[in-house]
Design a protein around this ligand. Structure first.
Ligand SMILES: [Zn+2]
Length: 354
Protein backbone atom coordinates (compact mmCIF):
# COMPACT_ATOMS: atom_id res chain seq x y z
CA UNK A 1 0.00 0.00 0.00
CA UNK A 2 1.12 3.55 -0.73
CA UNK A 3 0.31 6.70 1.15
CA UNK A 4 0.42 9.72 -1.19
CA UNK A 5 2.09 12.69 0.36
CA UNK A 6 -0.85 14.99 1.13
CA UNK A 7 -0.30 17.44 4.00
CA UNK A 8 -2.42 16.64 7.08
CA UNK A 9 -5.21 19.22 7.28
CA UNK A 10 -4.74 21.63 10.20
CA UNK A 11 -7.63 22.48 12.51
CA UNK A 12 -10.24 24.51 10.65
CA UNK A 13 -8.35 24.13 7.33
CA UNK A 14 -8.68 21.87 4.29
CA UNK A 15 -6.23 19.95 2.12
CA UNK A 16 -6.99 19.79 -1.60
CA UNK A 17 -6.78 16.16 -2.73
CA UNK A 18 -7.59 17.29 -6.28
CA UNK A 19 -9.71 20.13 -7.68
CA UNK A 20 -13.20 19.78 -6.22
CA UNK A 21 -12.25 17.24 -3.54
CA UNK A 22 -11.17 18.63 -0.14
CA UNK A 23 -10.05 16.74 2.97
CA UNK A 24 -10.50 18.04 6.52
CA UNK A 25 -10.17 16.62 10.02
CA UNK A 26 -12.07 17.02 13.26
CA UNK A 27 -10.79 16.02 16.70
CA UNK A 28 -12.42 13.15 18.63
CA UNK A 29 -12.12 12.67 22.41
CA UNK A 30 -11.39 8.92 22.08
CA UNK A 31 -8.38 6.62 21.63
CA UNK A 32 -9.02 7.20 17.92
CA UNK A 33 -8.51 10.94 18.16
CA UNK A 34 -9.67 12.25 14.78
CA UNK A 35 -12.10 11.73 11.92
CA UNK A 36 -11.56 12.60 8.26
CA UNK A 37 -14.35 14.48 6.51
CA UNK A 38 -14.59 15.51 2.87
CA UNK A 39 -16.08 18.27 0.73
CA UNK A 40 -17.13 17.70 -2.90
CA UNK A 41 -17.59 20.74 -5.13
CA UNK A 42 -20.55 21.06 -7.48
CA UNK A 43 -21.15 23.95 -9.86
CA UNK A 44 -23.37 25.76 -7.36
CA UNK A 45 -22.19 24.60 -3.93
CA UNK A 46 -20.46 21.99 -1.79
CA UNK A 47 -21.54 18.58 -0.58
CA UNK A 48 -20.33 17.75 2.92
CA UNK A 49 -19.44 14.06 3.45
CA UNK A 50 -19.70 13.21 7.17
CA UNK A 51 -19.75 15.82 9.89
CA UNK A 52 -17.84 15.04 13.12
CA UNK A 53 -19.17 14.76 16.67
CA UNK A 54 -21.95 17.08 17.79
CA UNK A 55 -19.84 19.30 20.06
CA UNK A 56 -19.21 23.04 20.29
CA UNK A 57 -15.57 22.51 19.33
CA UNK A 58 -16.56 20.79 16.09
CA UNK A 59 -19.12 23.51 15.32
CA UNK A 60 -16.42 26.16 15.76
CA UNK A 61 -14.09 24.31 13.38
CA UNK A 62 -16.87 24.02 10.80
CA UNK A 63 -17.68 27.75 11.12
CA UNK A 64 -14.07 28.54 10.18
CA UNK A 65 -14.23 26.19 7.22
CA UNK A 66 -17.58 27.50 6.00
CA UNK A 67 -16.33 31.09 6.17
CA UNK A 68 -13.52 30.17 3.78
CA UNK A 69 -15.72 28.44 1.18
CA UNK A 70 -16.73 30.64 -1.73
CA UNK A 71 -19.87 28.63 -2.44
CA UNK A 72 -22.66 27.57 -0.05
CA UNK A 73 -23.23 24.06 1.27
CA UNK A 74 -25.87 22.34 -0.88
CA UNK A 75 -26.23 18.97 0.85
CA UNK A 76 -24.91 16.68 3.58
CA UNK A 77 -24.07 13.06 2.80
CA UNK A 78 -23.62 10.80 5.86
CA UNK A 79 -21.93 7.44 5.31
CA UNK A 80 -23.39 5.87 8.46
CA UNK A 81 -25.04 6.71 11.74
CA UNK A 82 -22.13 6.50 14.19
CA UNK A 83 -21.89 9.73 16.23
CA UNK A 84 -18.55 10.87 14.81
CA UNK A 85 -20.10 10.76 11.32
CA UNK A 86 -23.65 12.00 11.87
CA UNK A 87 -23.02 14.22 14.92
CA UNK A 88 -23.53 17.60 13.24
CA UNK A 89 -25.60 16.52 10.21
CA UNK A 90 -28.72 18.08 11.74
CA UNK A 91 -26.92 21.30 12.64
CA UNK A 92 -25.43 21.75 9.13
CA UNK A 93 -28.63 20.87 7.25
CA UNK A 94 -30.60 23.23 9.53
CA UNK A 95 -28.06 26.04 9.12
CA UNK A 96 -28.09 25.88 5.32
CA UNK A 97 -31.62 24.44 4.87
CA UNK A 98 -30.25 21.70 2.64
CA UNK A 99 -31.05 17.98 2.25
CA UNK A 100 -29.56 15.13 4.24
CA UNK A 101 -28.57 12.10 2.13
CA UNK A 102 -28.36 8.71 3.85
CA UNK A 103 -29.32 5.08 3.33
CA UNK A 104 -32.62 3.97 4.80
CA UNK A 105 -31.30 1.76 7.62
CA UNK A 106 -28.72 4.30 8.75
CA UNK A 107 -31.20 7.20 8.81
CA UNK A 108 -33.92 5.36 10.73
CA UNK A 109 -31.47 3.73 13.15
CA UNK A 110 -30.17 7.20 14.01
CA UNK A 111 -33.71 8.52 14.50
CA UNK A 112 -34.51 5.57 16.76
CA UNK A 113 -31.34 6.00 18.84
CA UNK A 114 -32.11 9.69 19.35
CA UNK A 115 -35.41 8.70 20.92
CA UNK A 116 -34.41 5.87 23.27
CA UNK A 117 -36.25 6.32 26.54
CA UNK A 118 -33.97 6.54 29.55
CA UNK A 119 -36.69 4.65 31.46
CA UNK A 120 -36.56 1.55 29.26
CA UNK A 121 -35.72 -1.69 31.01
CA UNK A 122 -32.19 -2.80 30.25
CA UNK A 123 -32.79 -6.53 30.67
CA UNK A 124 -31.71 -7.25 27.08
CA UNK A 125 -28.39 -5.54 27.74
CA UNK A 126 -27.86 -7.39 31.02
CA UNK A 127 -28.67 -10.73 29.38
CA UNK A 128 -26.32 -10.02 26.46
CA UNK A 129 -23.33 -9.23 28.70
CA UNK A 130 -24.13 -12.04 31.13
CA UNK A 131 -24.30 -14.59 28.31
CA UNK A 132 -20.92 -13.32 27.13
CA UNK A 133 -19.49 -14.26 30.54
CA UNK A 134 -18.85 -10.85 32.14
CA UNK A 135 -19.12 -10.69 35.92
CA UNK A 136 -22.27 -9.16 37.43
CA UNK A 137 -20.42 -6.10 38.70
CA UNK A 138 -18.95 -5.34 35.28
CA UNK A 139 -22.33 -5.87 33.64
CA UNK A 140 -23.92 -3.28 35.95
CA UNK A 141 -21.11 -0.82 35.38
CA UNK A 142 -21.47 -1.07 31.61
CA UNK A 143 -25.26 -0.98 31.57
CA UNK A 144 -25.46 2.08 33.80
CA UNK A 145 -22.65 4.03 32.08
CA UNK A 146 -22.59 6.07 28.91
CA UNK A 147 -24.40 9.32 28.27
CA UNK A 148 -26.09 8.06 25.16
CA UNK A 149 -26.27 8.93 21.51
CA UNK A 150 -28.19 12.19 21.91
CA UNK A 151 -25.42 13.76 24.00
CA UNK A 152 -23.10 13.89 20.96
CA UNK A 153 -25.56 13.98 18.04
CA UNK A 154 -27.55 17.12 17.23
CA UNK A 155 -31.23 16.54 16.33
CA UNK A 156 -31.47 15.22 12.78
CA UNK A 157 -33.99 16.52 10.24
CA UNK A 158 -37.38 14.84 9.96
CA UNK A 159 -36.89 14.35 6.21
CA UNK A 160 -34.03 12.86 4.23
CA UNK A 161 -33.12 11.74 0.70
CA UNK A 162 -32.50 8.06 0.43
CA UNK A 163 -29.28 6.56 -0.93
CA UNK A 164 -29.43 3.04 -2.38
CA UNK A 165 -26.68 0.68 -3.48
CA UNK A 166 -25.85 1.50 -7.11
CA UNK A 167 -27.37 5.01 -7.07
CA UNK A 168 -25.28 7.56 -8.94
CA UNK A 169 -24.81 11.15 -7.80
CA UNK A 170 -23.60 13.52 -10.48
CA UNK A 171 -21.45 16.23 -8.94
CA UNK A 172 -19.88 18.73 -11.31
CA UNK A 173 -20.32 16.28 -14.20
CA UNK A 174 -18.62 13.42 -12.36
CA UNK A 175 -20.43 10.22 -11.39
CA UNK A 176 -20.21 9.20 -7.73
CA UNK A 177 -21.70 5.73 -7.27
CA UNK A 178 -23.07 4.57 -3.93
CA UNK A 179 -21.57 1.24 -2.81
CA UNK A 180 -23.24 -0.13 0.31
CA UNK A 181 -21.30 -2.17 2.85
CA UNK A 182 -22.69 -3.89 5.96
CA UNK A 183 -21.16 -5.29 9.13
CA UNK A 184 -19.59 -2.20 10.67
CA UNK A 185 -23.02 -0.57 10.57
CA UNK A 186 -26.27 -1.71 8.97
CA UNK A 187 -26.17 -0.02 5.52
CA UNK A 188 -22.97 1.99 5.26
CA UNK A 189 -22.64 4.12 2.11
CA UNK A 190 -19.28 4.41 0.32
CA UNK A 191 -18.92 6.68 -2.74
CA UNK A 192 -16.84 5.75 -5.78
CA UNK A 193 -16.12 8.33 -8.52
CA UNK A 194 -15.84 6.72 -11.95
CA UNK A 195 -14.01 9.67 -13.53
CA UNK A 196 -11.54 10.39 -10.72
CA UNK A 197 -10.99 6.82 -9.46
CA UNK A 198 -11.54 8.08 -5.92
CA UNK A 199 -13.31 6.03 -3.23
CA UNK A 200 -14.74 7.65 -0.11
CA UNK A 201 -14.68 4.51 2.01
CA UNK A 202 -16.01 5.86 5.35
CA UNK A 203 -15.37 3.26 8.06
CA UNK A 204 -16.04 0.26 5.79
CA UNK A 205 -12.43 0.06 4.59
CA UNK A 206 -9.71 1.67 6.71
CA UNK A 207 -5.92 1.48 6.42
CA UNK A 208 -3.84 0.45 9.47
CA UNK A 209 -6.83 -0.36 11.71
CA UNK A 210 -9.60 -2.88 11.17
CA UNK A 211 -13.14 -1.44 11.42
CA UNK A 212 -15.07 -2.75 14.42
CA UNK A 213 -17.33 -5.58 13.23
CA UNK A 214 -19.60 -6.15 16.18
CA UNK A 215 -22.72 -8.01 17.24
CA UNK A 216 -24.36 -5.85 19.91
CA UNK A 217 -27.21 -6.27 22.39
CA UNK A 218 -29.73 -4.77 19.96
CA UNK A 219 -29.37 -7.83 17.68
CA UNK A 220 -27.51 -10.55 19.61
CA UNK A 221 -28.16 -13.23 16.97
CA UNK A 222 -26.83 -11.09 14.11
CA UNK A 223 -24.20 -12.28 11.64
CA UNK A 224 -22.38 -8.99 11.07
CA UNK A 225 -19.10 -10.62 10.03
CA UNK A 226 -20.73 -12.58 7.22
CA UNK A 227 -22.32 -9.37 5.95
CA UNK A 228 -19.03 -7.54 6.23
CA UNK A 229 -16.96 -10.14 4.38
CA UNK A 230 -19.51 -10.47 1.57
CA UNK A 231 -19.87 -6.71 1.09
CA UNK A 232 -16.09 -6.25 0.93
CA UNK A 233 -15.87 -8.31 -2.26
CA UNK A 234 -17.31 -5.79 -4.79
CA UNK A 235 -14.49 -3.39 -3.87
CA UNK A 236 -11.97 -5.84 -5.33
CA UNK A 237 -13.38 -5.00 -8.79
CA UNK A 238 -12.61 -1.29 -8.61
CA UNK A 239 -9.63 0.00 -10.62
CA UNK A 240 -6.19 -0.62 -9.14
CA UNK A 241 -5.46 3.09 -9.57
CA UNK A 242 -8.20 3.94 -7.02
CA UNK A 243 -7.23 6.50 -4.38
CA UNK A 244 -9.01 5.63 -1.13
CA UNK A 245 -10.12 8.45 1.17
CA UNK A 246 -11.02 6.79 4.50
CA UNK A 247 -12.74 8.25 7.58
CA UNK A 248 -9.74 7.55 9.83
CA UNK A 249 -5.95 7.51 9.29
CA UNK A 250 -4.77 8.87 5.92
CA UNK A 251 -5.51 8.49 2.17
CA UNK A 252 -3.99 5.44 0.52
CA UNK A 253 -3.49 3.49 -2.71
CA UNK A 254 -3.70 -0.30 -2.78
CA UNK A 255 -7.40 -0.98 -2.25
CA UNK A 256 -7.24 -4.64 -3.32
CA UNK A 257 -4.33 -5.35 -1.00
CA UNK A 258 -6.16 -3.72 1.90
CA UNK A 259 -9.43 -5.58 1.21
CA UNK A 260 -7.58 -8.88 1.08
CA UNK A 261 -5.68 -7.93 4.23
CA UNK A 262 -8.95 -7.30 6.06
CA UNK A 263 -10.36 -10.64 4.84
CA UNK A 264 -7.22 -12.40 6.02
CA UNK A 265 -7.34 -10.61 9.39
CA UNK A 266 -10.84 -11.98 10.07
CA UNK A 267 -10.01 -15.47 8.75
CA UNK A 268 -7.07 -15.56 11.11
CA UNK A 269 -9.31 -14.64 14.05
CA UNK A 270 -11.87 -17.27 13.02
CA UNK A 271 -9.20 -19.94 12.86
CA UNK A 272 -7.74 -18.89 16.22
CA UNK A 273 -11.21 -19.18 17.77
CA UNK A 274 -11.68 -22.66 16.30
CA UNK A 275 -8.43 -23.68 17.93
CA UNK A 276 -9.38 -22.11 21.28
CA UNK A 277 -12.83 -23.70 21.32
CA UNK A 278 -11.51 -27.27 21.17
CA UNK A 279 -12.78 -27.20 24.76
CA UNK A 280 -15.88 -25.09 25.69
CA UNK A 281 -15.16 -21.36 25.97
CA UNK A 282 -17.23 -18.26 26.70
CA UNK A 283 -16.94 -14.98 24.78
CA UNK A 284 -14.90 -13.55 27.67
CA UNK A 285 -12.61 -16.62 27.62
CA UNK A 286 -12.02 -15.95 23.91
CA UNK A 287 -11.09 -12.25 24.22
CA UNK A 288 -7.33 -12.88 24.65
CA UNK A 289 -7.41 -14.97 21.47
CA UNK A 290 -8.40 -11.89 19.49
CA UNK A 291 -6.98 -8.99 21.49
CA UNK A 292 -3.41 -8.92 22.75
CA UNK A 293 -3.80 -5.63 24.63
CA UNK A 294 -5.46 -5.22 28.01
CA UNK A 295 -9.07 -4.11 27.61
CA UNK A 296 -10.40 -1.30 29.75
CA UNK A 297 -13.44 0.99 29.90
CA UNK A 298 -15.74 1.01 26.89
CA UNK A 299 -13.19 -0.97 24.86
CA UNK A 300 -14.47 -4.10 26.53
CA UNK A 301 -17.90 -3.48 24.97
CA UNK A 302 -16.40 -3.22 21.47
CA UNK A 303 -14.22 -6.28 22.12
CA UNK A 304 -17.12 -8.44 23.30
CA UNK A 305 -19.15 -7.37 20.24
CA UNK A 306 -16.26 -8.12 17.86
CA UNK A 307 -15.62 -11.51 19.44
CA UNK A 308 -19.31 -12.39 19.30
CA UNK A 309 -19.53 -11.48 15.61
CA UNK A 310 -16.83 -14.08 14.94
CA UNK A 311 -18.41 -16.74 17.18
CA UNK A 312 -21.84 -16.15 15.59
CA UNK A 313 -20.24 -16.50 12.15
CA UNK A 314 -18.83 -19.89 13.17
CA UNK A 315 -22.09 -20.89 14.88
CA UNK A 316 -24.26 -20.16 11.83
CA UNK A 317 -21.70 -21.89 9.61
CA UNK A 318 -21.93 -25.01 11.85
CA UNK A 319 -18.28 -24.82 12.80
CA UNK A 320 -18.98 -24.35 16.51
CA UNK A 321 -21.86 -25.42 18.74
CA UNK A 322 -23.34 -23.31 21.54
CA UNK A 323 -24.73 -24.38 24.90
CA UNK A 324 -25.66 -22.37 27.97
CA UNK A 325 -24.27 -23.22 31.40
CA UNK A 326 -25.87 -23.02 34.86
CA UNK A 327 -24.70 -19.38 35.25
CA UNK A 328 -26.43 -18.36 32.02
CA UNK A 329 -23.16 -18.06 30.08
CA UNK A 330 -22.91 -19.29 26.50
CA UNK A 331 -20.20 -21.89 25.87
CA UNK A 332 -18.85 -22.40 22.35
CA UNK A 333 -17.23 -25.66 21.23
CA UNK A 334 -15.59 -26.44 17.89
CA UNK A 335 -17.35 -29.10 15.86
CA UNK A 336 -14.48 -31.28 14.77
CA UNK A 337 -15.65 -32.40 11.32
CA UNK A 338 -12.12 -33.27 10.26
CA UNK A 339 -11.47 -35.76 13.06
CA UNK A 340 -11.57 -38.82 10.81
CA UNK A 341 -9.23 -37.72 8.06
CA UNK A 342 -6.81 -35.22 9.62
CA UNK A 343 -4.50 -36.34 12.34
CA UNK A 344 -3.34 -32.87 13.44
CA UNK A 345 -6.79 -31.64 14.43
CA UNK A 346 -6.07 -28.41 12.52
CA UNK A 347 -9.23 -26.70 11.30
CA UNK A 348 -9.64 -26.07 7.60
CA UNK A 349 -7.82 -22.84 6.72
CA UNK A 350 -9.86 -22.18 3.58
CA UNK A 351 -13.18 -20.41 3.72
CA UNK A 352 -15.07 -20.86 0.50
CA UNK A 353 -17.86 -18.54 1.62
CA UNK A 354 -15.74 -15.43 2.12
ZN1 LIG B 1 -18.30 3.86 12.31
Amino acid sequence: MDYPDFPLPEDGCTTEIMPGVLWLRMALPFDLDHINLYLLEDTDGWFVVDTGLGTDATKAAWDTIFSNLEKPVKGVIVTHMHPDHIGLAGWITETFRVPLYMTNSEYYTARALLNVSQDSSRWNDREYFTRAGLEAETVERIVSSGKGFASVVSPIPLAYQRLRDGDVFTINGRRWEIMVGSGHSPEHACLFCHELHVLLSGDHILPQISPNIGVYSTEPEGNALKEYLSTLLPFLSLPESTLVLPAHNIPFMGLQERVNGLRYHHKRHLNALLQACQSPQSVVDCLPVMFARKLTGRNIVFAVAECLSHLNYLLFDNQVSRTINADGVYQYTTIDTLADDVDTGQPDMDFTTV
